[in-house]
Design a protein around this ligand. Structure first.
Ligand SMILES: NC(=O)C1=CN([C@@H]2O[C@H](COP(=O)(O)OP(=O)(O)OC[C@H]3O[C@@H](n4cnc5c(N)ncnc54)[C@H](OP(=O)(O)O)[C@@H]3O)[C@@H](O)[C@H]2O)C=CC1
Ligand SMILES: O=C(O)[C@@H]1CCC=N1
Length: 258
């Protein structure tokens, strides 16, 4: 498949690198207006251009990784030259309905919500599409399965997916940062504290994904009665650990919904 990514920023570059590294038989082009910072992508076989229409005719799918306010300009530029190509949008808050209206209901559209771990083949990419475009969406689902997981979800959950799966990367990193800071306070140098905190989160996530159990079942295996884990966990909860995470996630969702 030939993939044309418009918007070679944080997400667009992550997807391009993920495709280059983890997905076989796909070719990628990435565009943005100022290409100096992404010229290095050519080392991975990724074509880079500052012309959104460059190579677009050959593409099977056009992926939009631009900001919401950049959509109208980009569509005005590309729609006249892409005939019936599939448009896959990762633009947060842009519903399939609005995208179809903006594209005059003339193009197959798919909504994708990856995260920047696509670059490492570890994105959780939620995908939705109008039923009539299921055949167009199928190769896109396959592509994102190569870049991690790619559940197809109801479109009404796409904003929630943006928060949980895309913003979630930042929340997880903030947890790791806090652990690292605590690690320094209890005696580790910062590099060692970070390495331990990050690997511990990776290990916890791997156990959950492989054992497919509720987190609390694994927590039970760590918490020795009257031990140091449970007193620490309870102190975190007394200070609003879970509550602040839930409130933060709901606040992020409110921001998307406007
Ligand atoms: N970052 C993330 O983790 C995630 C982001 N998203 C969504 O993806 C979208 C992009 O986010 P993000 O990558 O963070 O943003 P960035 O600002 O990093 O990337 C957007 C890119 O679009 C380029 N761009 C702007 N205008 C044009 C244009 N007319 N033609 C071509 N390229 C253009 C910009 O480069 P230049 O100015 O050089 O043209 C820029 O590199 C947003 O809608 C965001 O909500 C979704 C999930 C995760
Ligand atoms: O912060 C944002 O708005 C975007 C959407 C998901 C991740 N980054």
């Amino acid at each position: 498949m030939k993939v044309h990514i418009i918007g070679g920023g944080n997400l667009g570059v992550s997807i391009a690198l993920g495709i280059a590294k983890f997905s076989k038989n796909n070719q990628v082009t990435v565009t943005r207006r100022n290409i100096a910072s992404i010229q290095y992508l050519s080392e991975y076989g990724i074509a880079v251009s500052n012309d959104n229409k460059h190579n677009i005719q050959e593409a099977d799918v056009v992926i939009l990784t631009i900001k919401p306010y950049q959509v109208d300009t980009v569509l005005a530029e590309i729609l006249p030259v892409i005939q019936d190509k599939t448009i896959a949008s990762a633009v947060s808050g842009l519903s399939l309905d609005v995208l179809q209206t903006k594209t005059n209901y003339e193009y197959p559209v798919v909504r994708i919500m990856p995260n920047i771990a696509a670059q490492f083949g570890e994105s959780a990419t939620c995908i939705s599409f109008p039923e009539k475009y299921a055949a167009n969406a199928s190769p896109i689902v396959d592509l994102f399965q190569d870049l991690g997981t790619a559940p197809v979800i109801d479109e009404k959950l796409m904003d929630a997916a943006t928060v949980l799966g895309a913003c979630g990367t930042a929340y997880a990193l903030r947890y790791i940062r806090a652990s690292m800071q605590a690690g320094i306070e209890i005696g580790f140098d910062s590099n060692t504290a970070l390495a331990i905190a990050a690997q511990t989160v990776k290990g916890a996530a791997k156990m959950l994904l492989e054992e497919k159990v509720h987190p609390e079942q694994l927590i039970d295996r760590v918490t020795t009665p009257q031990g140091c884990t449970i007193v620490g966990l309870n102190e975190m909860e007394h200070n609003g650990f879970s509550s602040s995470l839930i409130k933060g996630i709901k606040t992020s969702l409110k921001q998307i919904k406007g």
